[in-house]
Design a protein around this ligand. Structure first.
Ligand code: ZN
Ligand code: ZN
Length: 86
């Protein structure tokens, strides 16, 4: 059970389903409030994201299927493929 962690180390914290945008591994994550990049327990990269907590009701979906975007000075770029949102 190497993925068991002490929640006391993370108060105040959020916990819930997370998904890695790198390898698409899904797991139950716990992290401090404000943490938006989670370490993926499978691939070890800081590419994990909360799966549900902050998902709005209306959102854009990239042609590659991703719903995750970075807001950059010249627009919004898909986190997965780098394409700009229309
Ligand atoms: Zn991963
Ligand atoms: Zn994309």
């Amino acid at each position: 059970m190497s993925d068991v962690i002490s929640l006391d180390d993370f108060r105040p914290h959020l916990s819930g389903p997370a998904i890695c945008s790198g390898c698409h591994h899904e797991w139950q994550a716990a992290a401090p409030v404000g943490a938006w990049e989670l370490e993926c327990p499978k691939c070890g990269r800081m590419m994990g994201l909360w799966k549900y907590e902050f998902q709005p009701e209306t959102f854009y979906e990239c042609g590659c299927g991703s719903r995750l975007f970075y807001v950059v000075p010249d627009g919004c770029r898909c986190r997965e493929c780098g394409a700009y949102a229309d």
